[in-house]
Design a protein around this ligand. Sequence first.
Ligand code: DGT
Ligand code: CA
Ligand code: CA
Length: 569
Amino acid sequence: MNNSEIAKIFSQTADLLEIKGENSFKVRAYRNAARIIENSSKDFEKLVREGVDLTRLPGIGKDLSEYIKEIVLTHRFSKLEELKKEIPSGLLEMLSIEGLGPKRIKQIYDAFGITSLDELKKYAQSGELAKLKGFGPKLIEKILKGIKQLKKAGIRFLWAEVEGIANELKEYLQKFDGVEIVEIAGSFRRKKESVGDLDVLVIAKDYKKVSEYFIKFKRVKEVHSAGLTRSTVFLENSLQVDLRAVSRESYGAALHYFTGSKAHNIKIRRLAIEKGLRVNEYGVYEGERKIAGKSEDEVYKAVGLCYIEPELRENRGEIEACLAGELPKLVELFDLRGDLHMHTIYSDGACSIEEMVKRAIELGYEYIAITDHSKRLSVANGLDEKRLLEQFDEIERLKKKYPQIKILKGAEVDILEDGSLDFSDEVLKRLDIVVGAIHYKFNLDKKTQTKRILRALPKINILAHPLNRLINKREGIEAEWDEIFKMAKELNVAMEINSQPDRLDLNDILSKRAKEIGCKVAINSDAHNIKMFEFIRYGVNQARRGWIEKEDVINTFEFDRLSNFLKKI
Ligand code: DGT
Ligand code: CA
Ligand code: CA
């Protein structure tokens, strides 16, 4: 369990207490706990397992220390479980709607006693909701949008949210005697930003025994079915897992089939039919004779193709590209030489510049850019120009102390409503790198939004999280992306692929489009503490789904080449 997962449990507890109307003192205590753990550079799971006395850490008292232990050791928090039993589940769902926090949900519940999304929708549409204090037309619109979004998404998990549990399950199964191979197929293997369920394949001597062992996995909450070749369970976080037994002879065909995507499979099957072949999850057949099935390689070869990376299997042109010998050689994590977007205690980060620098050196980076928020984000203590100059002094000092890494003076500068930037031109000129970002006015119409961004492009080097979407939560802005990518290409502005698990922005489809137009990208962590540097692998996953190659990514460049790219006339 990582810190974010532990922190999430505490902030959920705080939310539920607040909905329930508990005193604000208690609520705040849980929120503080979440913040401390999220921002800590220590690994709490490790500390607990090593038996370290947590109360010695700042901000952690006796109660909290016990709670953390309970969560790490049992993956449950009894206080939260109890709250979940008390509070209608519809109210919990409402928490996923942007604009609805616990306070407003309580307000709605107290006024109307609504407990489901359907009821909420009715009250929003009938005008009842607008009678509540603070519920203006903008908020109502946001709520209606959120309900729609939530219904569309169903229950899907962020890829990063299931990564830990998926790997844990895989290890657990691999340990069992007689299990030869375990692989998690489906959207998880394709590294899709969100995952509906896990599709696990096993080759084993005795499937019945494996299945019995599988349903005893400690994170299983409910066994749905345990059959001859297929079992289905739900885990404690409600994630569905299907386990399927496959034979060694058809392993490749099964892996291919269950990796999907469905659209990719259908296209392959059609291609096979043209060649007089038949493909299913057991193999490739010519008449009754099986001609392939053991490995994925074999399956692809039998239908006249080369191996296609799982991230590309979406029927977005990968099969045609393969036939033309034009498949991309996808970027890898180790291609990255640096990270160009991160925050420190100068704005809303939790670590000092020096801590960030030291960690970056450990990670083997050749360069990083310190990019704290500009002043407009007053809530997050954005930098004013005076603070920025103080930060310059500190960076100069650290450059001397750590000559093994290049430290770029940067900022994440707000793009204001009219497309102007939040810092004066004089200040912008003194920065080595300007990361421009939109943080408000997401709802402008397409034309106005496009104009806003086009106006900002000449002054920035990277456009951060261009879409401003939050996965399953917020749709993101509308703009003429082709126009933006073309202009960005001309001006040497890179589009960011932001690695925060709920952003992954640009998304896969637009990354691919940017590349086609010839616009570069930057894969950045947007780290707010030293642990978040590691998010960058999620960004790499998304980039790979967007057909991005090493050459397309500016932070794979050698430093001199990067400096050249960053120069503005
Ligand atoms: P998810 O779970 O919604 O994130 O997405 P997937 O892609 O994991 O989809 P899932 O779990 O429904 O099925 C796993 C794979 O099985 C899918 O990627 C392709 C294959 N598959 C499922 N249903 C069909 C089908 O009707 N036809 C074909 N050709 N393949 C299918
Ligand atoms: Ca799946
Ligand atoms: Ca499935």
